[in-house]
Design a protein around this ligand. Structure first.
Ligand code: G3P
Length: 246
């Protein structure tokens, strides 16, 4: 009898077990992915060394902070991380965005993901780049309706900005909950990147809601790993170790 393995929203393997009386279906949940929201190679290298990094998101503000040239900065990141690396276009019209996207994708076809702002022009670009097999990340998303259109256009990723919504007194995580539910209703394949994360609670809420990815600045990733009781515990164990007769 066959054993079907359902993973990453599709059947990935089929094994045969002669002793099974009836077909078995095994559902494997996808793991949450963690991206770093940074263009700073030192920060990216450090988090990469922790062994938990699945990808990188950048934007023009983050690249400007490095003081490096745009392409030079992107190439350096692609040399370090083997996973989706979001790079944003700056044109406003569809043809300009498509040209930029195609050029950027040449840096590393496998990993470069073109970040496109959620506008009517941007939606056209998602469709065109998807036809070229280029991954896209629909960014600057602030409502569930924008997220539905991004998925319909065929975006690989959608990035709701939770911190910027909090800044204007709107619960940013509420739109993530809505997007997760709507995508489940229709089995949309677009992966949700919770972006503009400002603190560890955004990250934990994203995980509880079942968002696919959280992209966090280095400062937040560092806080995720820290706990004062861990530090106190280490200090006490070290003190007690000194008391052990040598
Ligand atoms: O990934 C988007 C992010 O860079 C925006 O973050 O803190 O500028 O709202 P923030």
């Amino acid at each position: 009898m066959p054993l079907f393995v359902y993973n990453q929203r599709c059947f990935t393997s089929i094994f045969f077990f002669a002793e099974a009386a009836q077909p078995i279906i095994l559902f494997l949940e996808e793991s949450m992915k963690i991206f770093i929201d940074s263009a700073d190679i030192k920060e990216i290298r450090e988090v990469h060394s922790w062994g938990i990094l699945d990808g990188v998101t950048t934007n023009p503000t983050l690249i400007a902070k490095t003081g490096k040239k745009f392409d030079e900065c992107v190439k350096e990141i692609t040399g370090l991380v083997d996973g989706p690396i979001s790079v944003e276009v700056i044109s406003q019209d569809a043809s300009g965005m498509v040209n930029e996207g195609r050029e950027l994708a040449k840096i590393n076809k496998k990993n470069i993901t073109i970040k496109i702002p959620c506008t009517p022009e941007g939606l056209k670009v998602v469709k065109m780049l998807a036809a070229d097999g280029i991954k896209t990340n629909m960014t600057l998303v602030f409502s569930p309706s924008q997220a539905v259109l991004a998925a319909k256009a065929g975006a690989t990723f959608v990035s709701p900005f939770v911190g910027r919504l909090d800044d204007i007194s709107h619960f940013g995580m509420e739109i993530v909950r809505d997007i997760v539910n709507i995508y489940k209703n229709y089995n949309f394949k677009t992966e949700i990147i919770v972006a503009s994360i400002r603190h560890p609670l955004h990250f934990v809420e994203a995980a509880k809601m079942g968002a696919h990815i959280a992209t966090c600045p280095y400062s937040v990733l560092f806080l995720l790993a820290k706990h004062p009781l861990t530090d106190i515990g280490i200090k006490k164990f070290l003190e007690d170790y000194q008391k052990i007769p040598k």
